[in-house]
Design a protein around this ligand. Structure first.
Ligand SMILES: [Zn+2]
Length: 298
């Protein structure tokens, strides 16, 4: 497959380079890099939502509800708030407060050091923070597992209480937390819930969210005429409106831009940007590791 776009010297050597070296050279050549991170990246870093990581933490919930994976389970309509928080407290310890460092994220951070880049992610876990990213360069567009919002969205503010989450996890029994630990909205008295977007009501977007959004949009604006690498990693097709479609659109609008999609599944690429598209289909964690090694570890 010959994918050739004149502004990118690297693409003339595409067929002779490994995918890792191709990406390294594209990063070197880019004037700006916009990285879009989806669930596939966290899975590559070991934060999978299936298998032992799921069954070890949620055997009781799986027995009761026959859940297939942790994401489906986290969106389930539990029978009451005590059960909801029994699940969510364990979930947010696993995927946020106690989330370990993911090597794929560390590799990514190291290879981006000194580069002109910005990140947008649909992941609500804490992987970027755990890997010591500069959080001023990361936009979490789908909320954070460690934050709460009013379930009625009555006001645009989020809350966090790690100590209470730990108490909920510790003091629950039979998949219920004690009733007096259930948190309520200080304004309207409705139950609080984990900060996330849903189809009907959207998401509570607080001041911190808007700061992240402005920094991201500012970066896009400042670099819009440059040789921009739009690089998506592990972005599937559940919410294409946040990363995939805007990346494709911005690539189409900038003849110097390049769209790199890194995913083992193949997704449809619009005809208009096929000459500006590079598909990386090898294992995400492997490619990032080799990139980092071949990059001399700086
Ligand atoms: Zn409220």
């Amino acid at each position: 497959m010959q994918q050739f776009n004149r502004p990118w010297q690297t693409l003339r050597m595409e067929s002779s380079l490994s995918q890792a070296d191709l990406l390294n050279q594209l990063i070197e050549e880019a004037e700006a890099i916009v990285i879009g991170i989806g669930a596939g990246m966290s899975a590559a870093a070991g934060f999978t939502y299936v298998g032992k990581r799921f069954t070890n933490a949620f055997g009781d919930f799986i027995a009761k509800y026959r859940f297939f994976d942790m994401l489906q389970a986290s969106l389930f309509d539990f029978e009451d708030e005590q059960e909801y928080w029994a699940f969510q407290s364990r979930f947010s310890l696993l995927n946020y407060f106690d989330q370990p460092v993911g090597q794929a994220y560390v590799d990514l951070r190291q290879m981006l050091a000194g580069k002109n880049y910005h990140v947008i992610t649909t992941n609500a876990d804490n992987a970027f923070y755990a890997a010591d990213f500069d959080m001023d360069k990361v936009f979490r567009i789908q909320g954070e597992y460690g934050l709460w919002q009013c379930s009625e969205h009555c006001h645009q503010k989020t809350y966090q209480d790690e100590a209470l989450i730990r108490q909920m996890a510790r003091e629950q029994s039979d998949m219920k937390i004690p009733a007096d630990l259930v948190p309520y909205c200080p304004k309207c008295g409705a139950g609080l819930e984990v900060n996330k977007r849903n189809e009907e009501k959207g998401m509570v977007e607080d001041a911190h969210f808007h700061e992240q959004k402005e920094r991201y949009e500012q970066f896009l604006k400042e670099n819009q005429d440059k040789k921009v690498l739009f690089w998506e990693i592990g972005v599937g097709h559940t919410t294409p409106q946040f990363i995939k479609h805007p990346f494709q659109q911005m690539t189409e609008e900038n003849a110097k831009a390049l769209f790199v999609t890194m995913n083992q599944k193949e997704y449809f690429i619009p005809h208009a940007i096929r000459p500006q598209t590079v598909q990386i289909d090898e294992d995400i964690a492997d490619v990032l590791r080799v990139m980092q090694v071949n990059n001399g570890g700086h």
